[in-house]
Design a protein. Structure first.
Length: 363
């Protein structure tokens, strides 16, 4: 009897082990194929999948004493190389030309749709790198996260599926060894959403959800995330420049019927996004203006943070805008020119007390 019991225990134990192994392989395959997680290192999904634009930087040696002036760019698609923006490249080229210094380079981790939480997450990843200047430019993408009734809004933004997955990654450090708990947790959240027990912001919000966008819920989170970025920059000894957001609303767009964006009011280019990407124009503008004020107030309360309001510096004309906020080539050139003028004329990022030729004017 004892021997039979032992054999049964071994049999059930081996069966359970094989089932777990099969589930592990199946879940890893699903995450790899369906969500582009690294099959062998799913614990690295944050930097390789969600924020893949950071990965090459994490392997780079970037220091304050490497003879280069390294600029880190945080933001959304307006300044993102990944979204075919030329703002960063033009900034680098303009700085090189006007200073005569070829040792200026940029590291652009801005990307499509990213908001203050994304940029804080990415900035935290650069524990080993040290930059000579950090630029932050983003104030619109957060507005779409208001398109949900207040009871469903979550301050960590997990009422949006993207951030829910990122937060679950954070809660499951065992993913270095197994994805079973994480995947079951994730599937549980999706099942709860199916039965109405959880609610996520829809990428294409209906009219009712868009009306909820006027009830701004993101400002306290936006403030907290920017304060965290400023605090981290101070701890690392990295100069931080907040760039306040520029946007353009022609009269034909402002008074157009709901859902009927006047495309002809802007210049045709590959960066165009309809206003409905973020919500109703009135609510989106309300969100941008509120986020602008928060950034201004933070800069006043943090004297170590540099601040430049790009909104009045950008010409308000179709020639410079593809849509509400994305820039044409002329707009990108104007942006880079205004920023360069500020960097060279208004502030000294670092004293010229060593052999490096930093952002010094030509002698």
């Amino acid at each position: 009897m004892a021997r039979s019991t032992f054999r049964n225990a071994v049999f059930y134990g081996v069966t359970l082990l094989l089932l777990c192994l099969f589930a592990e392989i199946a879940f890893r395959t699903w995450l790899s194929v369906g969500k582009n997680y690294p099959f062998w290192r799913p614990d690295l999904a944050l930097q390789r999948t969600y924020y893949y634009e950071t990965y090459r930087l994490l392997d780079s040696s970037i220091r304050r004493d490497d003879g280069q002036f390294d600029i880190l760019i945080l933001g959304g698609s307006v300044v993102a190389d990944e979204w075919h923006s030329t703002v960063a490249r033009r900034l680098r080229d303009t700085l090189r030309r006007r200073t005569g210094n070829p040792n200026i380079r940029y590291w652009n981790v801005a990307n499509l749709g990213h908001c203050s939480r994304d940029n804080l997450e990415k900035y935290r990843l650069f524990a080993r790198q040290r930059f000579d200047l950090v630029l932050y430019y983003e104030a619109i993408n957060e507005t779409r996260l208001n398109n949900i009734p207040r009871p469903w809004f979550k301050p960590d933004y997990t009422h949006y599926a993207w951030y829910d997955e990122i937060e679950l990654n954070r809660r499951h450090p065992e993913m270095r060894f197994t994805v079973l708990p994480f995947t079951l947790h994730l599937l549980g959240h999706r099942l709860a959403a199916t039965f109405g027990l959880r609610r996520y912001v829809d990428n294409r919000p209906n009219s009712e959800d868009q009306r909820n966008g006027g009830d701004l819920k993101t400002p306290p989170v936006y403030r907290a995330n920017l304060e965290s970025i400023a605090r981290l920059a101070r701890q690392r000894g990295e100069p931080l420049l907040f760039l306040n957001f520029a946007y353009y609303v022609p009269q034909t767009v402002r008074y157009a019927p709901a859902g009927k964006t006047d495309v002809s009011a802007y210049s045709p280019c590959g960066l165009w996004s309809p206003i409905e990407t973020w919500g109703i124009l009135e609510n989106v503008e309300k969100g941008i203006l509120t986020h602008q004020k928060i950034m201004r107030d933070l800069a006043k309360n943090h004297p170590e943070v540099y601040y430049l309001d790009m909104h009045p510096l950008m010409p308000k004309h179709a020639r410079y805008y593809c849509d509400l906020c994305h820039l044409t080539e002329d707009g990108s050139a104007a942006f880079a020119g205004a920023l360069t003028t500020y960097l060279l004329g208004e502030i000294e990022i670092l004293p010229l007390n060593d052999s490096r030729q930093l952002l010094a004017k030509k002698q």
